[in-house]
Design a protein around this ligand. Structure first.
Ligand code: GUN
Length: 283
């Protein structure tokens, strides 16, 4: 019988822990603040940003939103980030991705001071993760590690297969699984014999961005299956990268969409913002 990994429940525990610590800081006169910057009006991004604001409010973190016109210049955006970098009341800065094509994502992320980079996307923070000496862990991969932990299954020595090599999920995910002594394979659009590789995975992380891509015959019986995909179908409903109905007859553990990885990403963002405030205030 496949067990459903309840990201809503697990993230609720994490948020409760953050809320208590935020309250403790407030009693010491320190308020915790996250600045979220969004450029343009991408529908999916708007939903994410709204959810971030809602969760900030729930855990007592002050959220400052900057919704900017889609044709803002690179320099104007960097100037805003610079103000936020210098604003002592702002502990964390998040620039919602993707950015419009005329903006250079790499340079914009690099303009965030690493101590406020709660996404852990800045090259310095990425490098620290590679070295295993990080302050912030990237939100989605760290949330996934927590989900796997809750299954009680150890990552050590396991065949871990990630599908997708993005900077946000695939690449940092590989590092975190490696740090837990997993044997890690990253697959991508050019991978040959994908099914052969995925069907040997004890832990399978799907971050493809393609609805129902992973079918039951690609999954090892009993595997832990983590679905990072959030795909909106024509009828408006959400579905993951894993064909849930088929997979749930084969997997040992599986995350649902929605209610799996998504809530963990935001809860980890709250944890990182709290950590940023603690580090900046030497607490
Ligand atoms: N777009 C999709 N996921 C993320 C994320 O985790 N952080 C940011 N900043 N943008 C995203």
């Amino acid at each position: 019988m496949t067990k459903i990994i309840d990201g809503k429940l697990i993230s609720a525990k994490l948020k409760e822990e953050v809320k208590i610590e935020v309250e403790n800081l407030r009693e010491k006169g320190i308020s915790v603040c996250l600045a979220v910057v969004m450029v343009g009006d991408d529908t999916a991004s708007k939903v994410y940003v709204r959810n971030k604001k809602r969760v900030c409010e729930a855990v007592g973190i002050v959220s400052k939103e900057f919704i900017l016109n889609a044709n803002i210049s690179q320099q104007e955006l960097i100037d805003l980030i610079d103000l936020l970098n210098k604003d002592r009341k702002v502990n964390g800065i998040l620039v919602q991705l993707p950015l419009p094509k005329h903006l250079n994502e790499k340079d914009i992320i690099s303009s965030i001071v690493p101590s406020k980079d709660v996404d852990a996307f800045h090259p310095i923070n990425v490098g620290k993760i590679m070295l295993g000496e990080y302050d912030f862990l990237p939100c989605t991969p760290a949330g996934i590690i927590d989900l796997i932990y809750e299954t009680g299954i150890s990552i050590e020595g396991k065949n871990c297969v990630i599908i997708g090599r993005s900077n946000i999920v695939g690449k940092p995910m590989s590092m975190l699984l490696l740090q837990k002594n997993g044997t890690v394979t990253i697959c991508h659009s050019k991978t040959q014999n994908l099914k052969e590789i995925t069907s040997k995975a004890d832990i399978l992380v799907a971050a493809v961005g393609c609805p129902n891509f992973i079918k039951d015959d690609m999954i090892k019986p009993g595997a832990v299956v983590i679905d990072v995909g959030i795909n909106r179908l024509k009828d408006g409903s959400l579905c993951g990268d894993v064909d849930f109905e088929g997979a749930k007859n084969v997997a040992g553990y599986i995350t649902p969409v929605p209610g799996g990885v998504g809530p963990m990403t935001i809860a980890t963002l709250m944890k990182n913002t709290l950590l940023a405030a603690k580090l900046q205030n030497h607490n």
